[in-house]
Design a protein around this ligand. Sequence first.
Ligand code: SF4
Ligand code: SF4
Length: 484
Amino acid sequence: MTDKIPVKHIEPGTQKLEVYGGDSVQSGVTKSVALYAARNKIYVKKIKGFFQRIRRLSLWMLMILYFSICWISVNGQQLVHFDLPNRKFHLYGITFWPQDFVLLALALIICAFGLFFITTLFGRVWCGYTCPQTAWTFIFMWIEEKVEGSRNQRMKLDKSGNSFDKIRKKTTKHALWILVAFGTGLTFVGYFYPIRELVPDLLAFENVGGWTYFWIGFFTVATYLNAGWVREQVCLYMCPYARFQSVMFDSDTLIVSYDKDRGDPRGSRKRQVDHKEQGLGDCVDCGMCVQVCPTGIDIRDGLQYECIGCALCIDACDSVMEKMHYDPGLISYTTEMRLRGKISHILRSKSIAYAVVLVLMIGAFSAMIWTRVPLQIDVIKDRGGLYQMTGMGQIENSYELKIMNMSDQDHVFNVSVSGLDGLSITTPTQVAVSSGEIYSLPTSVEVDPRKMETSNYTIEFKVEAEDDSTLVNVSESRFLGQPE
Ligand code: SF4
Ligand code: SF4
């Protein structure tokens, strides 16, 4: 990948960086490189095409999902709700507690590996089609175009002096951007504070604390700035994924590329004339691929880290090729191998390794979710003494049972013990535990010493909900005593 470093003169006394060699500076030559490049506003031209239909569909779908999921409730429970005050997460009908941290960690690792796997195969498809930065920038650009018009109209408007029409358009655009940004901030907070309560509470100025206002404000401002003003700068300078993903690329990874052999030498020509006879390639040098690029690069300069793989340039160039009656695909999704005239392989050691790890982890995660019981028991043996003799001559051991009800309902639980003939619990064996509560139950267990053959037994405590036989869990402990 070519790292394009903006080279410019630095005034004495300003910060400077000495760069020796590299991709975009001549090897062995010392250059002063500015650490900050001023942003040149990019006016993206609207383009239609096959990939843009897919991209539009995917980005709109993601936006609709983001704004709607928090409004969906099942059995009175918001489908996705991160209930921080009560330290539980409701995800698609399952309630996760801090005790489920392993599941959360595994889910995050699966997502990371999924991203590595997809990147190895399809390059920056995440950036181009699904990244939130891309999605919100897309919506903001869509609003911009609806209000201010096409690329040329927007450029003309920005160059023109202040007028009523300009102020009206700019005010409308920013008001709509702020509205979308506010909706984004409100929705984001609505995943933490039930949105069906949040909206009425906000309207009534009731129950809403200062932090809620702060986070809504923070995400409103962040969205407005990121999608309205900073845009591609986030991808170029702030996104860590954009930087480290190149290590996942290999010569079989899908990239957007210009076919230099076919396109060069570039130049304008008349449609009727055979350009081959003029010594020209298929590129008519119209600049359409640059005008549609949201990061403002020229893909004909080669693969660059700024390229987010959105395929806008492919659609733009294909439309030009169609007009010229040339074959499509001068810019296309391809691989380095194909560009070298070799066969590209989807199945290769790196992608197979990622796939195997991914399948194993998804299998383990599914099994853990499938077998997960929202009831946890911890048995702590009393450390005060190994055992006691009761007045009736029985051997008694004491424990503390911690019963955690991780289900969404309150339940009454029955406690029983097994592992040794004649073993019985002498303390209460029925306990009501509310949803989310951890109940500590002191428990004493006794047995006739004549039933004991050794001094040490493994016993098992079983806790079962009275109204739900599937809500049951067991935990082991030791029973100690002196056989008679
Ligand atoms: S070069 Fe093409 S694929 Fe890459 S960001 Fe620009 S328009 Fe998108
Ligand atoms: S859109 Fe196609 S024909 Fe036009 S400049 Fe780009 S590569 Fe050349």
